[in-house]
Ligand binder design. Structure first.
Ligand code: ZN
Ligand code: MN
Length: 485
């Protein structure tokens, strides 16, 4: 009988990331998203004869910055190659890419799986240019928009080192978070800033010998969830193929597209071999020599990265790994938290307020923190009002906070308007205390007879009498004094 886990999947990912530059990879055209079709083009990106490309220095630096953060070795000398293929959205009939001399190689990215730490090896990070976009407008009509042609693309190629859907998701999430912290891409999935292609195969042990299914290259995955769904769909299909006698030896590789609407992969074409692309060095572009000073300047641009920040939040603010992780997962939310912590002087409360109340408000409204109307200083102010016993914690959460979000007013203003100020003044509380004692003679009697449990009941009655505005600590002290008489 076969064990349930007699097979494992093997995935290698190619992630294409649009870099955050003002202009294209080899010309001065704008990279702005959403312009009318074919308005951001020039002879260079249209592939006219005789034009000369010039490398975008910033794009190169952003790719090197990413490669460094992915622990890659940076090549001292790198060059661009032409990858020849015909496609209607590629006017030059070749894509400028990097072949045998990529700008970096041999990196890794660690992920934390339920079974412990896994290191996913990165084969290379290289630079290339994007192709245009075909718009199939129906009725047999297709149109082409070349605004995207020539936008800088960074390709991050992992080794076939991912062995479960969980690892796939963790790798993609960690990669995206890293890109956000590095600020090298807008990382806008809706605008296609990050696209993944995957190579997947499944290995099964038959009679003590491991056999592999053919490799399927799955294209067109525009979201991480599509990527997960496609892999979960493709693995059993490959296993079924193996059952039909298709192995990596007999059928090495096939290219398929992910159809997100129908949730299936569909055959596209036989996968090209590298030799089909007729790669050769682009004679119009000079090789790039990475000098040490330049490299160090780029290295210095790398900010504090998510892993280090999580560790610092735990040490500096005393947060649990989980709480720190929730904040760090959103770079701007983590910035916001740090400001609340600094201004309130209470990191514990800052963490509670930001990861609970602020996050809940953002989720309800489905907005990011930079579109939230309540500045960090206001959250700090609420925390201070509670700490100073000016308002109760209940009033802060139940009344002041909703009003702050609703009206955009400062907490102090709301406290004044709604008359929420906590009463700590003994003379003001005196009357309430006397009234409670007069109304509950039996309980007073019981307390004096030694039944101390009644005390909390009396405190509760004072809170009720003052509609929750009394400072419970002051009430406790005053009540002790009165009952002692
Ligand atoms: Zn151009
Ligand atoms: Mn590519």
């Amino acid at each position: 009988m076969k064990a349930a886990n007699d097979h494992h999947i093997t995935i290698g990912l190619e992630v294409h990331v649009q870099l955050k530059t003002e202009s294209k990879m080899f010309c001065g055209c704008s990279t702005r998203f959403g312009a009318p079709p074919n308005t951001q083009v020039c002879p260079v990106c249209l592939g006219m004869p005789g034009v000369l490309p010039v490398m975008n220095r910033r794009a190169f630096e952003l790719a090197v910055k990413t490669a460094l953060a992915l622990n890659c070795t940076i090549a001292p000398l790198t060059r661009f190659d032409r990858k020849s293929y015909y496609y209607p959205d590629l006017p030059k009939n070749y894509q400028i890419s990097q072949y045998d001399m990529p700008l970096s190689h041999h990196g890794f990215l660690d992920v934390e799986t339920s079974a412990g730490k896994r290191r996913i090896d990165i084969r290379r990070v290289h630079l290339e240019e994007d192709a245009g976009k075909l718009l199939h407008t129906g009725a047999g009509v297709s149109q082409v928009d070349l605004n995207r042609t020539g936008i800088p693309l960074m390709e991050i190629v992992s080794e076939p080192d991912i062995h479960s859907i969980e690892e796939l998701r963790l790798y993609l999430d960690a990669l995206k978070l890293l890109l956000v912290y590095l600020d090298v891409s807008n990382c806008n999935m809706e605008e296609g800033n990050i696209r993944a292609d995957a190579n997947i195969s499944v290995q099964r042990t038959v009679n003590g010998k491991e056999v592999s299914t053919p490799i399927a290259e799955i294209k067109n995955m525009n979201s991480f969830s599509a990527c997960e769904k496609a892999m979960a769909w493709e693995a059993p299909r490959l296993l079924a193929r193996l059952g039909e006698g298709f192995t990596m030896e007999t059928h090495p590789k096939e290219t398929r597209g992910w159809d997100d609407d129908h949730g299936v992969t569909v055959a596209q074409r036989r996968k090209e071999e590298a030799s089909d692309y007729r790669y050769f060095p682009d004679p119009d572009l000079a090789p790039v020599v990475m000098d040490k000073d330049w490299l160090e300047r780029i290295r210095a641009e790398i900010p504090e990265l998510p892993k280090v920040r999580t560790k610092r939040f735990m040490e500096q603010y005393g947060l649990s790994e989980y709480d720190a992780g929730v904040l760090v997962a959103d770079r701007k939310l983590a910035d916001y938290f740090e400001e609340v912590a600094r201004l309130s002087g209470d990191a514990r409360q800052a963490s509670v307020w930001v990861s609970q109340h602020v996050l809940r408000a953002l989720n309800t409204r489905n907005i990011p923190i930079d579109r939230f109307g309540v500045p960090a200083a206001r959250v700090a102010e609420v925390i201070r009002l509670v700490a100073d016993h000016a308002i109760s914690n209940t009033a802060a959460q139940a009344t002041v906070w909703p009003a702050m979000i609703e009206t955009g007013k400062s907490p102090m203003e709301i406290v004044r308007q709604k008359g929420l100020a906590q009463v700590s003044d003994a003379s003001e509380l005196d009357a309430a205390l006397d009234a409670v004692l007069a109304k509950n003679p039996k309980q007073v009697e019981q307390f004096r007879a030694g039944k101390e449990g009644v005390f909390n009941f009396l405190v509760g009655m004072v809170m009720k009498e003052t509609k929750g505005k009394a400072n419970p600590q002051v009430v406790t002290e005053l009540l002790k004094k009165k009952l002692a008489r």
